[in-house]
Design a protein around this ligand. Structure first.
Ligand code: AMP
Ligand code: MG
Length: 488
């Protein structure tokens, strides 16, 4: 099978990878193929919902034109630096320029050992493959920049974790897989030419308009900051907790990547974290904006030699840029949150209005997703939906009066506002208990129906479907807090 590969990373960044072949799968099955994404990639990709597609997605046949490789990177993991990480269980098949003229990486994740596997087996269990498929496609449908899922297969091979599990492979599509950690690797080599090559490649691929700029490396840093500020503010707006915001899991393109122990918050509490390995809550919901700055500061350190021959000058310039991040983030967040409550032109007092709502939600442990969705329904007379989320209706009623007054200062509290708000505030998110149920049925009972059902809801998150109440509700409160485990 010949696909329209055009492999610039293999050609231009020879110091950043090792050619690697995928392992073969014993008896692969295609669990899910993403027709709409394939369509964007081109007509030959649409034909891969077939046996010839399965050969590729299972690692059993290298498509013509692919130059499969594993990329090297370093990374700060939970604050500690690992100089050599790299793709331990993934290979890049190659790049494709899609119908919109956008270059995209096609990667197999879970396809066997690479030289970066260290003690790992290079495999992925089927559960985490399905989780990444569900959550990344949900994020895309929520208009959040993200890598995407083209195919999920079960390999037919056993994967050994705490218990024996069925193996799986995800075919992932990304603007690129270049990470802050890739720059950290370049920096560990101490070779300025390598840092420059990686920067020039990244600018050309992701921030082309900077190419002619005199101070292109400073602007490159700022652009990556802006992309990540935009991303994290959007995560915060939907209650998304990534779970492992290590520098190797932060992209230069500004896409969400590496869905491991990620989860959506249900009852609002800014200190929420789910990951079993995040014992200190370093990557808790409300810490994500602080980690954003921390990670970008690590990125800045790698660029010092390109900014100014005088190291002190370079550090001063970058420090000044880093000092702007929190302020820019707060502006971006305010915009995201204002739009969620129907405000377009932000005025004095709007920040307090939003914070007051969040305070009430926190005290009342109200469901993050439903509060915003039901604010929209409140406008069209379905007040009970919102009020039922709160035990004490006095506080929320006071807040609603203030909100209504604020909206009426510049617009109408009417159906058109409701419709606008429903295009921003989802009804269906990949709720943790639903995801767990879908994965469990697939893995333990070979029953993929809940997975396909859930996927259809979360990839159409704004459009209400009748008789879907169970897909909208948070899990019942139990004594056992929800925990996620790394997707390995
Ligand atoms: P992640 O949790 O996906 O961000 O992975 C962190 C690092 O561990 C990356 O370098 C991965 O390639 C590596 N890794 C994770 N799981 C495995 C595995 N099963 N075998 C080999 N390497 C792995
Ligand atoms: Mg990772």
């Amino acid at each position: 099978m010949e696909l329209n590969f055009d492999n610039s990373f293999a050609k231009e960044l020879k110091d950043f990878y090792e050619f690697t072949k995928a392992d073969k799968s014993t008896s692969p099955k295609l669990i899910k193929f993403n027709d709409s994404l394939a369509k964007k990639l081109g007509p030959e990709w649409e034909k891969l919902k077939s046996d010839s597609g399965l050969l590729i997605f299972s690692g059993n046949e290298a498509p013509k034109g692919s130059q499969s490789l594993s990329q090297v990177y370093s990374g700060h993991q939970f604050g500690g630096f690992s100089p050599l990480l790299g793709d331990g269980r993934a290979i890049l098949l190659g790049e494709v320029v899609d119908k919109d003229n956008i270059r995209r990486d096609i990667q197999l994740k879970g396809s066997g050992r690479t030289i970066f596997s260290r003690g790992g087996d290079g495999k992925s269990a089927l559960g985490p493959v399905l989780r990444e498929y569900l959550v990344s496609e949900a994020m895309h449908s929520l208009n959040i920049p993200t890598t995407r899922a083209l195919a999920a297969v079960s390999s037919g091979d056993d994967v050994y974790r705490e218990r024996v599990l069925p193996g799986g492979i995800l075919t992932r599509v990304a603007l690129s897989h270049i990470r802050v950690g890739t720059f950290q690797y370049a920096s560990t080599t101490g070779d300025i030419e390598k840092i420059k090559a990686l920067s020039d490649y990244s600018i050309n691929r992701h921030y082309k308009s900077l190419l002619p700029k005199k101070e292109k490396y400073i602007e490159f840093f700022e652009s990556v900051c802006d992309s990540q500020i935009n991303l994290i503010s959007k995560w915060m707006g939907i209650g998304f907790i990534h779970g492992v915001m290590n520098t190797d899991n932060m992209t230069i393109s500004g896409e969400t990547i590496d869905y491991g122990p990620c989860a959506f918050m249900d009852r609002y509490n800014p200190n929420t974290f789910f990951s079993s390995i995040d014992t200190q809550g370093r990557y808790a919901y409300s810490n994500q904006p602080l980690i954003l700055s921390w990670n970008l500061a690590r990125f800045a350190e790698t660029l010092i030699p390109l900014i100014d021959k005088n190291e002190q000058n370079a550090i001063e310039i970058l420090t000044q840029k880093i000092s702007l991040i929190q302020n820019k983030y707060e502006k971006a967040w305010l915009k995201v949150m204002s739009e969620k409550i129907g405000i377009i032109n932000i005025k004095d007092g709007d920040l307090d209005l939003i914070n007051n709502l969040l305070d009430i939600m926190k005290n009342e442990k109200a469901d993050f997703t439903l509060v915003f969705r039901y604010l929209a329904d409140f406008i069209i007379g379905k007040e009970y939906l919102l009020i039922n989320l709160f035990d004490n209706s006095k506080k929320i009623n006071e807040w609603i009066n203030n909100w209504k007054n604020r909206i009426e200062k510049e617009g109408k509290f009417d159906k058109s506002l409701c419709i606008k708000m429903k295009k921003i505030n989802p009804l269906y998110i990949p709720r943790n208990h639903l995801v767990e149920h879908a994965l469990d049925e697939a893995v333990s009972n070979d029953n993929y129906k809940p997975f396909h059902n859930l996927l259809s809801y979360v990839t159409s998150p704004f459009d209400e479907i009748s008789n879907s109440k169970e897909y909208t509700l948070p899990a019942p409160i139990t004594d056992k807090p929800y925990k996620t485990f790394c997707g390995t």
